[in-house]
Design a protein. Sequence first.
Length: 112
Amino acid sequence: MTNDITLRKLPGKWVVYARGAVYGETENAMEMTEGNRAPVIYIPRADVAMAFFDRTEKTADTALGTATFYSIDTKSTVLENVAWSYETPYDGLESIAGHLAFEGDAVTVEQI
């Protein structure tokens, strides 16, 4: 793990929603900060409605490991590659395995 990566458990309850529907809710969210990038919130997959998520063919090799991407199949559309996960993150980052992070304007993650 590089020295500029920090992980911490977040207090409170966090929700994931898109297009007016809730796709996840947890009290076990984690925040990762990496250098000067914006913090990223990771939600345990166990607390996400994975029935609406489809793994895509997209992957990305990063400083954290190989990211696998997911789309959300909403009632009206598919939000392509809006979530990612590290199945086997690099040493020191094991606590984010089994978690999803989200990007883009279509998905919101916030504390409630």
